[in-house]
Design a protein around this ligand. Structure first.
Ligand code: ATP
Length: 330
């Protein structure tokens, strides 16, 4: 079976972008591939989370993944920090990563702009740690959203550089989705992507209660209606349709598309419909995740079991990497 790796940072509540960019693919992939999925707790440290919150965030990410349909019996599910081999591979790969190329990464530049007070080396070398996460299991496919496409290109570069310098070890990992293109779930205010750590009213979380879901959708940016057709940028209208296509029945979507083309659309109605369909989609995941999250003993068992399996695979790769580099003395 082909090897798959993917991770989600423990930076807060999971949202629809995480679901459709990542988890949705995980659930299908678990039937066909040898999957390693992890909670990226080290990656979350770039923003210095309160130690009191970290543990709860890790449990939540785990519970929300399982609540969405991920089966810990079918995949290896673990916390990144339980695999010290990843940190060692990260150190080794850092020697092959150049400061200039890391500084040019658009997500790094964004973070510098957003928070110039905290431009730490962890932030700069984020793509190197991400590459270590992937290469440690010699993964060939990585289910991610569109926002990670460029990081994966860097992972391929690092793999290639290692192979060229020391000998063939790593396959080149490819971003993967079942659809024809990587997914980007837009935020409800039309300004970017949904994200755990940005505008909370513009992001739909898997933990949102029914009324909050309805409220957020009603507040989403859209045209005022038939009288002011296309007064907003078309991408914003696209956003509502994009969300509707994910959760509403196909005939409902076609109905609104027709109304849009005929200039008879009422965005208020469309939002109400989308709100109800979204509630139907999110509520069962939320409730399941909630009950799983309360069962700490169960989550701890999964983490321990997953760490054991993941370390086995990680230790094997790291041993090979050390040997190729020349780190073997007795
Ligand atoms: P943060 O806000 O902390 O940066 P995030 O919400 O962007 O977090 P990550 O933990 O960095 O999420 O990413 C987890 C996975 O979810 C990745 O595969 C990423 O590509 C995917 N993802 C995140 N946001 C979106 C989105 N809006 N659309 C599609 N995929 C997304």
């Amino acid at each position: 079976k082909e090897i798959v790796v993917s991770g989600i940072r423990s930076t807060g509540f999971l949202h629809l972008g995480n679901y459709f960019g990542a988890i949705h693919n995980y659930i299908r992939m678990q039937e066909e591939y040898n999957c390693y999925f992890f909670v990226a707790d080290w990656h979350s440290l770039t923003t210095h989370p309160d130690p009191k919150d970290l543990r709860g965030n890790v449990y939540r990410v785990l519970a929300e993944n399982i609540g969405s349909g991920l089966d810990p019996e079918k995949v290896t599910l673990y916390a990144q920090s339980d695999i010290p081999e990843i940190a060692e591979l990260y150190l080794l790969l850092n020697m092959l990563a150049y400061k200039g190329e890391l500084e040019k990464v658009p997500t790094f530049k964004d973070k510098v702009r957003q928070n110039p007070e905290n431009v730490n080396a962890g932030l700069l070398t984020y793509p190197v740690l991400m590459s270590a996460d992937i290469l440690i299991h010699k993964a060939v496919k990585v289910p991610v959203g569109k926002d990670q496409e460029q990081h994966l290109e860097m992972s391929r570069n690092f793999a290639q550089r290692f192979n060229n310098r020391y000998g063939e070890l790593f396959p080149e990992p490819q971003a993967f989705t079942y659809g024809s293109q990587l997914v980007k779930i837009p935020s409800l205010d039309g300004t970017g992507k949904m994200s755990k750590s940005e505008n909370q009213m513009a992001t739909l979380y898997l933990a949102d209660d029914d009324d909050l879901i309805r409220k957020k959708i009603l507040k989403a940016k859209s045209d005022a209606g038939p009288t002011e057709m296309n007064s907003q940028k078309p991408e914003i209208i696209e956003n509502l349709f994009a969300l509707m296509k994910l959760v509403s029945a196909p005939d409902v979507v076609t109905g609104y598309e027709k109304a849009y083309n005929e200039c008879t659309i009422r965005y208020g109605d469309m939002k109400k419909q989308l709100g109800e369909d979204m509630v139907k989609f999110i509520a069962p995941i939320r409730e399941k995740a909630k009950s799983i999250q309360e069962d700490t003993a169960y989550l701890q068992k999964i983490l321990k079991q997953g760490a054991e399996k993941a370390r086995e695979s990680a230790a094997k790769t790291l041993g090979e990497a050390r040997k190729l580099i020349g780190i073997h003395y007795y």
